[in-house]
Design a protein around this ligand. Structure first.
Ligand code: BDR
Ligand code: CA
Length: 310
């Protein structure tokens, strides 16, 4: 399956790329970068280094948006470190970016194989909104879009009501979530219940290969941050969970199809993802629906992530 990855690497973005690179039935055909966990210059540099680390040499990497549509960027360097990879310095890349932007690359790949391309979006949704501006038929060209973003039935992370990827460009997210993609929204609802804990972290650290060792080092900073919040050495595997669901949707054990809107004006709720989950929901709502997982096979995913790193 051909997959385009739009990302802001980012420690968990790196794990998503590692996961996809290890799947025999996945061909990563392009990587777009976006601001988010750090600047787009740094996320692009990281993407170039990561594709080489994970054996994806030659995959087109295209730089995307450096800022959201409306608000100033708010970078996630506290969580991911100044360089976005927990301060771990990878070997300088031998390749560079292509001349197209991330949005242009996505549109070209989608047009070249209508109905075949899967898209994993694990950063702010700016590039996808820009791609919709270039090609309004994108939702019919893309087979399946899996987004890591949102907090529907649970608290946010970057703000009380908002998850980071959505909060970082709410206008873009509102466009993408309403565009009519065959989409799955992997929100904090499930990612915050899929935590890597001490035994898993130890198993990763014990794997005897360079990629696993480097990824284990990425986690040192990430886990420190989680420990400062949760008082426990754990970390959330947001982006690789979304990648795994893209590869195998049967990891979702309970979900609902529902329209999801992004709050754009709330004084305290800007960036919140609002879904009508009432039993008496408004069925005349013409807004396209997304699939919203409520339960996932977390343990199975964590085992598969370890297998991929192995
Ligand atoms: C999301 O925000 C970023 O910090 C992570 O890489 C992930 O995509 C989690 O809210
Ligand atoms: Ca990310």
């Amino acid at each position: 399956m051909p997959v385009f990855v739009d990302c802001d690497p980012g420690i968990d973005d790196a794990f998503a790329l590692a996961y996809l690179a290890a799947q025999p039935n996945v061909e990563v055909v392009g990587v777009g970068t976006v601001f988010g966990n750090t600047t787009v210059t740094a996320t692009t540099d990281n993407a170039l280094r990561l594709v080489e680390l994970f054996g994806l040499d030659g995959v087109a990497v295209a730089m995307g948006a450096s800022r959201p549509f409306v608000q100033p960027p708010r970078l996630g360097q506290r969580v991911h470190g100044g360089n976005g990879l927990g301060g771990v310095e990878l070997a300088a890349p031998t390749g560079g970016t292509i001349a197209e932007s991330a949005a242009e690359l996505l549109v070209r790949l989608a047009r070249s194989a209508p109905g075949e391309l899967d898209v994993l979006a694990v950063g702010p949704l700016t590039n996808l909104a820009l791609a919709l501006g270039l090609e309004p038929e994108l939702p019919t060209l893309v087979r399946h879009l899996v987004i890591m973003g949102g907090a529907v039935r649970v608290p946010g992370n970057i703000a009380p009501h908002a998850e980071s990827n959505i909060y970082n460009d709410p206008e873009a997210a509102e466009i993408v979530l309403g565009a009519g993609f065959n989409a799955t929204l992997v929100a904090l609802d499930v990612t915050m219940r899929t935590l890597a804990r001490k035994p898993w972290l130890e198993k990763l650290a014990a794997l005897d290969n360079e990629r696993a060792q480097v990824c284990s080092r990425f986690l040192e900073h990430y886990v420190e941050w989680y420990a400062s919040i949760f008082g426990e050495r754990v970390c959330a595997m947001h982006d690789p969970l979304a990648a795994a669901i893209l590869v195998d949707p049967s990891l979702v054990t309970e979900s609902v199809d529902v329209a999801v809107r992004v709050e754009l004006r709330g004084e305290h709720t800007r960036g919140a993802t609002v879904a009508d989950l009432r039993v008496s929901r408004d069925f005349s709502d013409e807004r396209p629906q997304l699939n919203l997982p409520g339960e996932v096979a977390s343990e199975e995913f964590l085992q598969r992530m370890l297998a991929a790193m192995r």
